[in-house]
Design a protein around this ligand. Structure first.
Ligand code: PLP
Length: 382
């Protein structure tokens, strides 16, 4: 067996979600996918693609119409510029991340990854045999640029992983941090992978290092349609970067998957052409639900930073003096409420839990009633 896999565990998110499923009557706030149906125009385009027999391999990088449309979307929505030849369609953002990291990293190379973070980054890096160096975040989950600078200088680090809006914290970049980061990237010999899977779900102004033209040759951008258009099962994501990286990424992508689903690509194409209004309806609904969850958490005096994007909240449970695993198990056993323990997102996720609010108003109300009862019963003095 590949010894690099010894250190890899099945995702703590999936593990806990399975536990919740075993408890009868449990309400789960564990899942990271929108609770909306995929836009009708997207499903119709996919059905049309089947009827028109567009069911064969596409080119490895994907259909040109979609790559073109992605470039227009990135430019118009985020002021990010790529050419269609700098875009490759992938099997969800997941395969994009896998192909990028496999193209970049050698065993023993060091990569800087935040803690907490989406678990795939660290685990893919470990599969390759690369060395993960974690950087912590500020108390409000914003990025700590001084710590990143220090680690790059001290540890001879070549790669930096960024992700905004963040899963699990919902943090985003503000302009000042984006500019400081861009300045740092300009000065250092470093390649940055920015995973912006949730860029379409944001409650404030959007800033990304991918907007800064002078550092374009150091940036690899990963995103996709899973969350934007509520099509997690269709598996369409993309990577955008300059040719120097793309030609290597294509080698991994080609021998791994050949191309992503042709049908899914036609769906995503229609989505960008006609369903961005549906995406905006979802975004507004997430913002409204985020506000509700924040109010309920503050009412029971749980310490929490307001998320500015994605659909997660990452409250602190430190004052209850239990590990995140113990807290979430107890909450599940006593009140039948499932949240993901923070340690599923890395060492520094300990002391937190992740709440996904992709659930109906009724489910959220019931979930917070259960959480409130749990806190009042077990921690009356907190
Ligand atoms: N990046 C982040 C931050 C995510 O949270 C996820 C999925 O939850 C992905 C990437 C992978 O997305 P996809 O479903 O497109 O593979």
């Amino acid at each position: 067996m590949n010894e690099n896999l010894n250190e890899i565990q099945i995702s703590g998110i999936r593990r806990f979600a399975s536990k919740v499923k075993m408890v009868e009557g449990a309400l789960s706030l564990t899942i990271g996918q929108p609770d909306f149906d995929m836009p009708v125009a997207v499903s119709e385009a996919m059905i049309r693609a089947i009827k028109e027999h567009k069911t064969v391999y596409t080119s490895n990088e994907g259909i040109v119409e979609l790559r073109d449309e992605i470039c227009r979307y990135l430019k118009n929505t985020f002021d990010i510029e790529y050419d269609k030849d700098e875009v490759c369609l992938t099997v969800g953002g997941s395969e994009g991340l896998f192909s990028v990291l496999n193209a970049l990293l050698n065993p023993k190379d060091k990569i800087l990854i935040s803690s907490p973070a989406y678990p795939a980054y660290e685990n893919i890096a470990k599969m390759i045999g690369a060395e993960v160096v974690n950087y912590g975040l500020n108390d409000d989950f914003t990025i700590n640029i001084d710590e990143i600078r220090e680690k790059i200088e001290k540890d001879n680090i070549k790669y930096l992983m960024l992700s905004f809006p963040s899963n699990p914290t919902g943090a985003i970049l503000i302009k000042k941090q984006r500019d400081e980061l861009a300045d740092l990237i300009k000065k250092k010999n470093i390649v940055v992978i920015t995973d912006e899977m949730y860029s379409g779900i944001i409650f404030d102004d959007y800033y990304s290092v991918a907007q800064i033209k002078e550092i374009k040759d150091k940036i690899i951008y990963v995103s996709g349609f899973s969350k934007l258009l509520s099509m997690t099962g269709i598996r369409v994501g993309y990577v955008a970067c300059t040719e120097k990286y793309m030609k290597e990424i294509m080698k991994v992508h080609q021998y791994n998957v050949s191309c992503t689903s042709s049908i899914g690509q036609y769906g995503a194409l229609e989505g960008l052409r006609s369903s961005l209004d549906d995406a905006e309806i979802m975004r507004k609904s997430f913002e409204r639900r985020k506000n509700y969850c924040m109010k309920r958490l503050r009412d029971i005096r749980i310490e929490v930073n307001e998320p500015m994007g994605a659909f997660y909240i990452f409250p602190s449970i430190k004052k209850f003096n239990m590990t995140s695993e113990e807290f979430c198990e107890k909450l599940l056993n006593e009140e039948k409420l499932g949240c993901v323990p923070g340690n599923a997102f890395g060492k520094l996720g300990e002391g937190y839990m992740r709440i996904s609010y992709c659930y109906s108003d009724e489910e959220l109300k019931e979930a917070f009633d259960r959480l409130e009862r749990f806190i009042k019963k077990n921690f009356p003095n907190c």
